[in-house]
Design a protein around this ligand. Structure first.
Ligand code: AMP
Length: 577
């Protein structure tokens, strides 16, 4: 890995550097350090990176860097292909944010949005198109998207696109691009089928893999590591719950950017914690003041960016908390190595949003550390834990009673009109109130059931296997039995089958493209000669029906409705198919 630690060393234009400073980015993440200079040379690139590594900026900044400042034509110079509608919107708004210094025109195109609006924006002119494969192909077929000027194409989350059955769509889009273009492929995993796509469409690519050996020093074995799956909107509440449950002596909480540091410190202080913040925008005097606060125990939480926390030595640090999944295994190792020093025990906690799970798994694999997938304690768990602590404190105190006679005098006074149970209960209650934090009864969704099952990398996954009709049907139904609650799944009937050339991946692709459901949310698919069934989450069933009734499958209009046949009827039809 190169040793550039500053965005200025990467070869980006000053306007972009100014935007990054504004956004509070202090240093490039490892994937950015590696990819940006390479992409700027125009080479093809094959990068292993998941969400959470900073890969969007890793490809977006070079794309923007190359945009002419003036006289940009109407045709896009870059195309970014992404698997889902959510990612499409997310990537498009990230590129728009990074490119605001020179009014970069970005356009997300995905199924489910009126195509007319996309067509009129395309006509007005755009610089970077971000699209899902199905919708991009749709535009190409209608000749409403002209890719003849595209100099760079990026395949983002390529493994997800293959999982969702977009392999053929990708081939056909890539074949319609100018042959002299630059092709960049990012994927969280690198199974053979990704390498095959790379062999077909990339020419002499630079390969970037972030990771290497990132094991902790052998003398730091005493770090307990846990992770929690939390939706973004509930992260601050979950963090509060964890702090209350763990009652750290001192905790270092890592955020990605300056703004996030300031916002989180403010939110924690607003909730009654004593949190200080530290980031690269602070001068030495502010830094010293904050360090003194920690040393004097006037603050027990320090919220910081990686850059600002470099070289900090807090001797009584008991916890490191990653408010987001770190951008690389190296960063994870570096962060958590702040605790467990000098033979002391330490705790490292990581909050992960559902979309960051792959990055967390990657970190776990590379660092060879056991990170336990855990559940955020509920308010009832917390109450129970603090009652235990109160009980422990009372027992400890009873084991070595105070010699001070003033307490005995108070007891004698109380005993005149109260019995011993009354006195003990009241004293326990007072002790408990004094010891325990105020427990907020906020609702934090429990996502612990949603920790991903381990992926079978390299062999092709079940969703990918959908392409081969018979085998995949049993694979799909197995997945469904294992992973889904049958009450929450609705089976839909589709009036097209093998006779129209329909394959499972066509259904997955159409549903994902038109409704934004991810491949993982789509359940068992059965295809017989003249019709097909597909299982989708019940709450999305009407949306899927409406969307599929409006679109074409393999070029044909189809009728889609709730399937009314009992399950056993399908078991029969599966055998025949
Ligand atoms: P991504 O992996 O592209 O989804 O990015 C994950 C998050 O990291 C996003 O919220 C970005 O805004 C943020 N991010 C990307 N690069 C950096 C950086 N160099 N410093 C701080 N935050 C970053």
């Amino acid at each position: 890995m190169s040793d550039v630690t500053d965005f200025r060393g990467l070869g980006l234009r000053d306007e972009l550097l100014a935007v990054l400073t504004d956004l509070g980015y202090e240093a490039p993440t490892p994937i950015q350090q590696e990819s940006i200079p390479q992409m700027l040379t125009g080479s093809d690139l094959l990068g292993q990176a998941a969400t959470g590594t900073g890969k969007t900026a890793a490809f977006a900044l070079p794309l923007l860097n190359r945009l002419p400042q003036q006289d940009r034509g109407k045709l896009p110079t870059a195309l970014v292909l992404v698997p889902t509608r959510e990612l499409c919107i997310q990537v498009s708004s990230a590129i728009h944010r990074y490119g605001r210094a020179f009014d970069a025109r970005t356009l997300p195109i995905y199924g489910g949005q009126p195509i007319g609006r996309q067509i009129s924006t395309l006509k007005r002119g755009t610089d970077i198109v971000i699209g899902t494969p199905g919708r991009v192909l749709d535009h190409l077929n209608r000749r409403t998207l002209d890719l003849s000027n595209v100099a760079t194409v990026v395949l983002d989350e390529a493994d997800e696109m293959l999982d969702m059955g977009f392999a053929e769509d990708l081939d056909s889009i890539l074949e319609q691009l100018p042959p002299q273009r630059q092709t960049v492929l990012f994927s969280a995993t690198m199974p053979d089928r990704i390498r095959r796509i790379a062999d077909r469409h990339l020419s002499d690519p630079i390969t970037i893999e972030i990771g290497g050996k990132q094991q902790l020093d052998a003398d730091r074995p005493k770090i307990t590591q846990r992770s929690y799956l939390v939706p973004r909107a509930h992260k601050v509440a979950a963090l509060g719950r964890l702090i209350d449950a763990e009652s750290p002596e001192a905790a270092l909480i890592f955020c990605r950017t300056r703004d996030e540091v300031d916002q989180l410190a403010e939110a924690l202080n607003g909730r009654g914690y004593r949190a200080a913040s530290l980031h690269g925008g602070m001068d030495q005097r502010q830094r010293s003041r904050i360090m003194a606060q920690l040393r004097n125990r006037n603050a027990e939480l320090l919220v910081a960016t990686d850059v600002a926390a470099r070289g900090l030595d807090i001797s009584h640090l008991s916890h490191v908390i990653n408010f987001d999944v770190p951008s690389s295994p190296e960063s994870y190792t570096h962060r958590i190595g702040r605790v467990g020093r000098g033979g002391k025990e330490g705790v490292a906690l990581t909050l992960a949003e559902p979309r960051e799970q792959r990055q967390l798994k990657f970190i776990q694999r590379i660092t060879k550390q056991k990170i336990e997938n855990s559940r955020v304690p509920s308010s009832a768990d917390l109450r129970a834990r603090w009652l235990d602590l109160t009980e422990e404190a009372v027992r400890d105190s009873a084991a070595s009673p105070s010699e001070d006679s003033v307490y005995k005098a108070v007891l004698d006074n109380l005993s005149v009109d109260l019995d011993s149970d009354q006195i003990a209960l009241a004293a326990i209650q007072i002790a408990h109130d004094a010891l325990s934090p105020e427990i907020k009864g906020e609702d934090i969704p429990d996502l612990s059931e949603q920790w991903d099952e381990p992926r079978r990398e390299g062999k092709g996954k079940q969703r990918h296997d959908r392409g081969k009709s018979r085998k995949d049907q049993s694979a799909n139904s197995k997945r469904n039995r294992k992973g889904k609650d049958p009450r929450k799944v609705q089976r839909l009937f589709v009036s097209a089958g093998r006779n129209t050339g329909l394959r499972p991946q066509d259904l997955v692709g159409a549903i994902a493209n038109e409704t934004g459901l991810s491949g993982a949310e789509i359940g068992a698919i059965r295809i017989s000669d003249r019709h097909a069934t597909v299982e989708v989450p019940s709450q999305d069933a009407q949306r899927v029906i409406a969307a599929l009734n409006k679109t074409r499958l393999k070029g044909n209009r189809v009728k889609v409705r709730v399937d009314r046949k009992p399950d056993y009827a399908h078991k029969g039809s599966r055998k025949r198919s």
